[in-house]
Design a protein around this ligand. Structure first.
Ligand code: COA
Length: 319
């Protein structure tokens, strides 16, 4: 037996307001046909007044704790992945901590854009395996709607808001997180970025993207890191029950699965209902597939994501 991080519970949260492609086409020069054909997206959820990254994260965390049957006060560490924090500081993780009524624990945000959840999971897993913590709350939460340029049809149709959370427990087991692998290559900073920030413009800024080039890098990087993480976990593609990918674009999901020889029915797809929710997308999709009964205890699940930086990463676990 080895000390490993076991997924004790999962949860997610979405804003109240659902926005369809048709609704978007009333204010943006686009069509439902174009969005569905190029991306697979049909709906997204957009935060209303009073809904923030922190409130969505807190709701997702509460549901994950409830699913795990664990009291919030048992949490030793909160790692929250976001590129859209409530404030520049303090961290959104500390806001979640306060909202959950936890008096003392480690709490901080991780910023790796759409790969943020994989980075957060890897950090939490390391803390648990090293014995520095026993129970972790790992959250991906975003309100990208607040950094979109709603006049840029090439980007604003692609993203949505939401949050997902996992409760991890350190146990002596052969299950849990088997391997993780992370990468970054900052030479591609200019392909996907926000054109503002506290230390440059003093503003929040808007998302900018060269979509075609991001697409090209995504398929190559994701197939590569999936192969790496499987090999590190001593698994082959045939051992995988479910792939839970970052939900950026249905065509990227198809192309990546094909490159690895994975049948499309093993890939959890939620991009049609949630669009791209950045760091929230992997735990949101994971929770969806656990709660609808697809992912079962004992299944081998592989998570992967790629985002601005570029950053990319993957994790293999036995649920
Ligand atoms: N509605 C209608 N037309 C649109 C549109 C929209 N929402 N957005 C762009 N177009 C138009 C463009 O203006 C362009 O028109 P033109 O040929 O007259 O100039 C045409 O569609 C093709 O644009 P292009 O950007 O080349 O399309 P594409 O096939 O590359 O698809 C993306 C665009 C964004 C869907 C695609 O590149 C993509 O998914 N990239 C990856 C993005 C991603 O996943 N990013 C997040 C990673 S974390």
């Amino acid at each position: 037996m080895t000390r490993r991080s076991v997924v004790a519970g999962v949860g997610s949260a979405l804003p109240r307001r659902l926005v369809t492609n048709e609704e978007l086409a009333k204010t943006v020069d686009t069509t439902d046909e174009w969005i569905v054909e190029r991306t697979g997206i049909r709906n997204r959820y957009i935060a209303s007044d009073g809904e923030t990254t922190g409130t969505l994260a807190t709701d997702a965390a509460r549901r994950a704790l409830e699913h795990a049957g664990i009291d919030a006060r048992a949490i030793d560490i909160i790692v929250l992945a976001t590129a859209t924090p409530d404030q520049t500081f303090p961290s959104t993780a500390t806001k979640v901590q306060a909202a959950l009524g936890i008096d003392d624990c480690i709490a901080f945000d991780v910023h790796a854009v759409c790969t943020g959840f994989l980075y957060a999971l890897t950090v939490a897993d390391s803390m648990l395996r090293s014995g520095n913590a026993r129970t972790a709350l790992v959250i991906g939460a975003e309100t990208f709607s607040r950094i979109l340029d709603w006049e840029d049809r090439a980007t604003c149709v692609l993203f949505g808001d939401g949050a997902g959370a996992l409760v991890l427990r350190a146990e002596e087991t052969e299950n849990g997180i088997l391997a993780t692998k992370l990468h970054a290559d900052g030479r591609h900073n200019d392909l996907l970025f926000v054109d503002g920030g506290p230390s440059t413009t003093g503003t929040v800024g808007k998302l900018r993207m060269k979509g075609r080039e991001v697409f090209r890098h995504a398929v190559v990087n994701l197939a590569g890191v999936l192969n790496e993480v499987l090999s590190e976990a001593g698994l082959t593609a045939e051992d995988v029950d479910w792939v839970v990918p970052h939900q950026a674009n249905a065509r990227i999901l198809d192309a990546t699965a094909k490159k690895l020889g994975l049948p499309p029915e093993k890939v959890v797809v939620t991009v049609d209902r949630h669009a791209n929710t950045s760091a929230a997308s992997v735990p949101l999709a994971f929770d969806t597939a656990v709660k609808d009964g697809r992912i079962k205890r004992g299944d081998v699940v592989v998570l992967e994501a790629m985002g601005g930086g570029f950053t990319w990463g993957a994790a293999a676990l036995r649920y």
